[in-house]
Design a protein around this ligand. Sequence first.
Ligand code: HDD
Length: 686
Amino acid sequence: MTSPDDKQRQLDAYRVDPRASEMTTDLGIPIGETDNSLTVGERGPTLMEDFHFREKITHFDHERIPERVVHARGAGAYGHFELYESLGEYTRARFLCDTSASTPAFVRFSTVAGSRGSSDTVRDVRGFATRFYTKEGNFDLVGNNMPVFFIQDGIKFPDFVHAVKPEPHNEIPQASSAHDTLWDFVQLQPETMHMMMWMMSDRALPRSFRMMQGFGVHTFRLVNEAGKGTFVKFHWKPKLGTHSLVWDETQKVAGKDPDFNRRDLWEAIESGQYPEYELGVQLVPEGEEGRFDFDLLDPTKIIPEEEVPVRPVGRLVLDRNPDNFFAEVEQVAFHLGNVVPGIDFTDDPLLQARLFSYLDTQLLRLGGPNFTQLPVNQPVARVDNHQVDGPHQTRIPQSRATYHKNSIGGGCPALADENAYTHFPEYLAGHKTRRRPESFADHYSQATLFWNSMADWEREHIVAAFRFELGKVDRHYVREGVVEHLNHVDHDLAVAVAEGVGVEPPEKPVTDNHGRSSPALSQTNTAHSPATRKIAILVADGVNAEDVGTVRDGLRDIGATPEVLAPRDGYVRSADGAAVEVTRALPTVDSVLYDAVVVPGGAESVRTLSQDGGAVYFLTEAYKHYKAIGALGEGRELLSAARVPDGGLDLGVVVTDQPDGAFVKEFGDAVAAHRHFNRETAAVPA
Ligand code: HDD
């Protein structure tokens, strides 16, 4: 099969088809026995001359490379970027000007703090790193799912990362910010406050990589053909909306399926439910940067969308899983410094530090300067320069002159002329200094803006998250320090958190809440759809087959993914004797792995399920986690067994005695709503 784009065609040359091949050594010598070492007699010692044994073990001994110092755990996929309208007025980057081009892309999503083998659903920032393989070279947009960062200057990055990673003496806790060193860092570094509001919000618990936003975070610069600069912030918006898990659920998923987000991405792409994101830009003309009450160079600040709208400019579709995790996802080496002509940096001190760090870390991780030759890292643009040699050189340069200027090699490669990358000629003059600018000094206003923009349920989750995290902090004075900062953000928030963690609540606000909000920050105001949602249909022998058919087919029609779950795998017999195929056995799954649940009718089936603690708990827990619940006919009896109210559209519980399209429509709407936070769940035993 020929691959659809330049990048895939390039990768085809490296793909190894395992079919119809014979085993060989690394150097092609045929191997006819690999289960027994070469020994002296059947029970004697192994011989040194067993080159196959030595090669096999040596290669195995060297299989690991250092994991990423941050963002070690991730998942990746290939896709395409298509532009809606030319941005030629602002940038000369060709892939942002040519609407007829489809630019190949690779994306790696990640968590930040955990090791390579940690769970997907921990409370953390998610990395959202996108590589565009453009005709002018690779452009890497190495962003996160939150638009701000913990620190303002990259020189503090090692301090921050040491604080959030497991503590140095016992390497506990894994992939969690709920411990003393992180919160000690926070209370001593108030520039973290805005980001900590995001971290304690549901944004840190994405339902799926397909349902989270992405942000370039820094202010970058676009530069047009005439050399004019425009400040830009990059945004990704997921087509399916921005949706999150709930905290209790994330902790359970971490045990039931630690690969939850990775698996979700993989399965969605395998089944043709291609994840899609819209690229948006916020543009600020050079010269107008002074109009904000914050500094555009400060990465702890957003430009509220209500002040500068996000202009949609294109879409990214992820449509191909990698063939090999290590070769592609582990070896992909992003670098903020990979920019193409027309895209440039700003003096944001966090951005500037990153420009050093990424190349440096790849040299260690991938063992030398030739990592750009690895298939996933190679640009589709032609590469030619005088960088030579180094470990694992895979190119065979034929030139006899590896210096510039040369006459022996015909002067090649010649310097590029009008398409060459040129740096924006920003005029700079100043005294050398190690001082934070005064314009970076406000650490609270936008934390307050975020808090003010939250719906009630979002605020409740934020308070609960602060209580959980600080509740795990042993040093009382650290808890007090954080509450003190929260009192600068919002007095009610500080009091609510203090009351949960045994800290004396502050008596009065430090400053009055400014009252401003940005509705775009609330997850209430996002896209909603039942598409791709995983829905459990609980059945046992004696189920009403017509109910199952109506629900399963109806849900498929609205783009959802129904699965039939029964106490055992294989088939169940319906009330009228038909075989109903089971997707999975109940003991192998859990309600936390589904978005919603339906119980079809059938007296015998419901009786069996009511006697099955696992099935009852499935429903109770789904209710506790605010998920849509549906029941048909006798299925309603299982609701009572699980102490779920028998109906209530406003609560996301849809019941009927009439299995028809109307039920599927109402249930589909309840699924699309994602969660029903108006339920009273405190007393639900799950
Ligand atoms: Fe970083 C990896 C995103 C600040 C140093 N970073 C890394 C990845 C993402 C980000 C998504 C994973 C890339 C992949 O999937 O391979 N980092 C960010 C964002 C930041 C940020 C959005 C702030 C706006 N990072 C940051 C700073 C430094 C680094 C300030 C150092 C001064 N980041 C690194 C690194 C990593 C990395 C050490 C580890 C592995 C890698 O680069 O390839 O260089």
